[in-house]
Design a protein around this ligand. Structure first.
Ligand code: KG4
Ligand code: ZN
Length: 375
């Protein structure tokens, strides 16, 4: 619908320069420039390399997104950007670019939360999110179970990892197996040829006295690494496919078990899974099976929307505009540890917004600039 908010979103929290454009729940452009190849030889993301790559990719990626969406920058109703959490230097590039575009265009700026964006992106695939939403977010940087009564204003953490993130565990095990970086996709592939029950690896935090919604993957990681080492030490060949399948099974077994339990305990009848690890084929299959058994509806966006991208930021920005949430101040800063309980960073001078319909709210922008640009 033409009266739905048209928003550009910028994501630079890690190694992907993502620029997306959405109109309400409709995806118009999703451009991603990744620096992943530049980090591969280090076996992980190097922050300085990522920041430099964002800087180089930013303007061309924004231009490409506008061109592919077939919209003019002047038609936008707002510019949204990931304000955190993420790598400080990388976030700063996106926040600076978003401010520059928003200010030059006279549009409101929305600094939004990366995790809430991972949830909100599903609106582009499956339409409006039911409220409350239960979300399992699993990526290289985070593993959390979140209950979101309102994705723009109320996101509650139920549990999270107490050590490694799920994706981090995939990346580390892939490294031990010499499979390269990032490890998730290649382990997923290798596992298809293996037996998930070949080796019984430990399931972290699943004992009767353990926190029901928290995760732990470091014990599993150590167990898998020791198992591989013992094989090598004995001069035996490491069964890569079986190790991949058994390790993957241990991760997704715990993730799906806890997520379905969270739904049941909280009376939520559907589950959304997001983040890079949501691309995992076994996670998708087991979640589908367990959700069906529990009478829970599963919503998982397509893999390209699960990994970091700008469309997810635009999707949350559009929701902010649609619900008249206050814009951010011009002195918005990147916050590498922005809490998940803050879906966006409102202007502290106008935390409840200015009211009125979304759209070409130039007065709003002007007011913000007076309050904050020169203070
Ligand atoms: O969300 P994302 O793109 O970036 C953040 O970490 O925020 O997630 C990247 C992570 C990496 O750890 C990668 O190994 C993992 O997602 N990943 C996967 C798969 N595809 C990506 N893990 C398991 N199976 C996959 N198919
Ligand atoms: Zn992410």
């Amino acid at each position: 619908m033409a009266d739905e908010p048209l928003v550009l979103g910028i994501e630079t929290s890690c190694d992907e320069t993502g620029v997306g454009i959405v109109r309400g729940h409709t995806l118009l452009a999703d451009e991603v420039a990744s620096s992943v190849d530049e980090h591969a030889r280090f076996g992980g993301v190097v922050p300085e390399v990522a920041s430099r790559a964002h800087l180089e990719a930013m303007v061309p990626t924004i231009r490409r997104a506008l061109k592919n969406a077939g919209v003019a920058a002047s038609d936008l109703d707002g510019v949204a950007v990931t304000a955190g959490p993420g790598l400080a230097g990388a976030l700063l590039v996106g926040v600076s670019a978003a401010k520059a575009y928003a200010y030059a265009l006279g549009k409101p700026l929305y600094g939004v939360n990366h995790l809430a964006s991972h949830i909100c992106v599903d609106q582009l695939e499956h339409g409006a999110l039911p409220e409350p939403t239960m979300a399992l977010l699993v990526s290289g940087g985070h593993s959390s179970l979140l209950l979101a009564p309102d994705i723009t204003a109320d996101v509650r953490p139920l549990g999270s990892t107490i050590d490694d993130a799920a994706g981090e565990a995939f990346d580390k095990i892939a490294r031990v197996l010499n499979l390269g970086f990032p490890g998730g996709p290649v382990i997923d592939r290798m596992a298809r040829e293996g037996d998930p029950e070949a080796i019984r690896f430990p399931r972290g935090l699943t004992g009767p006295r353990d926190a029901v919604y928290d995760f732990s993957f470091s014990g599993l990681k150590t167990a898998v690494a020791r198992w591989i080492e013992a094989k090598r030490h004995a001069g035996e060949e490491v069964p890569v496919a079986d190790v991949s399948a058994s390790f993957q099974e241990a991760v997704v077994d715990v993730l799906t078990r806890k997520a379905v339990r969270a739904c049941k305990d909280n009376g939520v009848d559907h589950l959304m899974i997001g983040g890079g690890v949501a691309a995992n084929s076994r996670l998708r299959a087991l979640a589908a099976q367990r959700c069906e058994d529990a009478g829970v509806r599963l919503r998982v966006p397509r893999p390209k929307l699960c990994t970091d991208n700008g469309a997810m930021v635009a999707a949350l920005g559009a929701e902010m505009v649609a619900r008249n949430r206050p814009a951010s101040a011009w002195d918005l800063s990147a916050d590498s540890s922005l809490p998940v309980t803050e879906p966006h960073v409102p202007d502290p001078a106008h935390p409840h917004g200015h009211g009125g319909a979304h759209g070409h709210d130039h007065d709003h922008v002007h007011e913000l600039s007076k309050d904050n640009l020169y203070s």
